[in-house]
Every structure is written in C-alpha cells, then in structure tokens.
Write a protein that binds this ligand. Structure first.
Ligand code: FPP
Length: 306
C-alpha cells in the first residue's frame, strides 16, 4: 500500500506523522465507548506515539471471544461473527507486525469446541482452510512464520494438508510468528509433554531428577516462547484451558469489546494498559511506568519473559 507520507520531503515526514498522531491517536478518550471520535485506521499503521517501543510485549496471545454475541446483536447467524472475527485476526496480525510485536498466538478452536452444533464446527473448519488457501501467499511474502498448535490428527485431511503446507512454506520466515491453536487443550498438551519426557526416563536416557521446567516447556507445542500479554475479549475472565503453563507470568487484559470489534484502537488500549503494569516475575518492584515520562530516552530492554 502506498504510504501518503512518502510523498512528502523526508525531513517533513516525522513532523506530519507526529501531528497526525497527536490529532487522532492521543486525543481520544481511553475508554472504548460509542462516544469517542472515530480514528482513521491509517493513523494506526505505525506504532502510536504514546507507546514505548522498548516495552512492547514480545508475544501476545488472544482468546477471541464474543463472535456469537456480536452476530446475535445484529440479527445475523453466529457464523457471520466468526467470519468477521477472522478478518479482525488478520488485521491484528498485520498490526503486530507493523508495531513490532514478535509473536501472536490465537485460540481459534478448543478441544471442547467440538461440542458446538455441527454446522458451526464445519463452518469454522472450512474457514480455517479457506483463510489458509487465500492468505498463505500474502503472509509468506510478509515474512509471517505460521504454526498450528494442537492435536492436528483429528482435523480433516484437507485441512491438515493446508496446515502442513503453510507451516513448511513459512518455516524460515522471521518477520513475525503467528501461532493458531486449533483442537487445542492446555491440560492435554501438558500431559503429552510429560509422557514424552517420561518415555526418555523409561528408556534410561534421562534420570528423573534431571526433569526441569525448561524441559517441559520445550515439549509443549509453543516450545519455550511464553506470551507477555494475554487478551480475552467479550467480558469473560477465565483461561478456558488455554496455555495454562505458558501464562504463568503473563499479564492478563480483559475487555468487554466483542472480538469482531477488536480493532487497532482496542489493541492500542490493551498495550497502554500493559505498559502501565509492573512486571516483577517474583522480583523486587521495577516499574516500567517510571520510564514512560520520556520515551525518547534510551532505556535498556528488560527481559520480558521469565
Ligand atoms: C469464540 O466466540 C470464538 C471461537 C470459538 C472461534 C474463533 C475463530 C475465529 C475468530 C476465526 C479465526 C480464523 C482463523 C483463520 C484462525 P464464541 O462463538 O464463543 O462467541 P459467544 O461467546 O459470543 O457465543
């Protein structure tokens, strides 16, 4: 997409951008409400000026909740909510990449979601397949590394084929990691990791006393990368069997916004809240808010993961 700022002389670009962000981004009311002024999406193509680039979460996880209620409110079938939700996820991925977040993990389908009406399950599975087919080329070009987390063996052969094609094709990309949890359940993930480690012990390759947290982490689908920020939409405040091990030190952010409405301005608010949190990892207090006053100063990058 052509950046209109690129038409300006390079010395003028930072000033025009900063004026645009002041007029649009920093002036809106922090609470997501129907009364705030609409912010043009173009204002969000770069990291908003009030966010500190040194304290962004490296890895964001999302529980995309509220698709059904969003659709009901509009008199639409539930699947319309999922379709809009997929568009929102696509834009959030691009936003994370634009703003410098290194990984996005999305809970797309839990092991419990099979209990939903067959028509809804079938629609979701076809939606995953269609999205992969349609978007793989663009995602690959943009440097997205795609991975699927979960027991993929229970998915249709066609979907498994698309998933493996996407994972293989993008395996060496480095711009951003995009993890999609499908047929995922955290407890069974932990059980599976324990079984794999136990097999090494059984074979005599590993003394039981050498089992470590690091080792269990390495046997999880996410293989060691824990989210810094978890976002759950639609007002629900529970983990629903998502990344129970990996979220041990993650900051939680719950919002009433339904997932299909979770746009860049809603993500901006989540990041504002994240940057005000004290992340201690069990250590003494060290607040990141203390460096918020002057984000232009060079601040050392803290280890955001434990
Ligand atoms: C929960 O909302 C949402 C889901 C179980 C499905 C989420 C899937 C997507 C947004 C599509 C993602 C697409 C790709 C390609 C990964 P809900 O249906 O439980 O909403 P409700 O609580 O309002 O009923």
């Amino acid at each position: 997409m052509l950046n209109p700022l690129s038409q300006l002389p390079s010395v003028a670009q930072p000033f025009v951008l900063s004026l645009l962000m002041t007029l649009t981004v920093t002036s809106f009311h922090p609470v997501h409400s129907a009364h705030r002024l609409p912010i043009p999406m173009s204002a969000y193509s770069l990291l908003p000026g009030d966010l500190n680039p040194h304290y962004l979460p490296k890895h964001v996880a999302v529980i995309m909740d509220g698709n059904g209620r969003w659709a009901n409110q509009r008199g639409l079938p539930r699947i319309a909510g999922h379709r809009q939700g997929a568009k929102v996820l696509k834009d959030l991925l691009r936003c994370c990449k634009d703003w410098g977040v290194g990984a996005l993990t999305a809970y797309a389908f839990s092991t419990e979601n099979w209990r939903r009406p067959t028509t809804e399950v079938d629609f979701l599975m076809l939606l995953f397949e269609k999205m992969l087919r349609q978007e793989l080329k663009a995602m690959h070009q943009e440097g997205v590394r795609i991975r699927f987390l979960g027991d993929l063996s229970e998915l249709s052969p066609a979907l498994q084929r698309e998933i493996h094609r996407a994972m293989n094709q993008t395996a060496h990309n480095t711009a951003i990691d995009f993890n999609v949890a499908v047929n995922y359940g955290s407890r069974s993930e932990i059980v599976q990791a324990c079984q794999q480690v136990a097999q090494k012990v059984e074979r005599g390759d590993l003394p039981a006393s050498a089992i470590s947290e690091e080792m269990i982490s390495q046997h999880l689908y996410t293989a060691g990368s824990d989210p810094d920020l978890l976002i759950r939409t639609s007002g629900e405040q529970r983990l629903s069997n998502f990344l129970l091990w990996q979220l041990a030190y993650t900051e939680m952010y719950f919002t009433d916004v339904f997932w299909p409405d979770f746009d860049r301005s809603a993500f901006h608010q989540a990041l504002q809240v994240f940057q005000k949190r004290d992340r201690r990892f069990g250590n003494a207090k060290e607040t990141i808010a203390s460096v918020q006053g002057d984000i232009s100063q060079t601040v050392p990058e803290p280890a955001l993961t434990a």
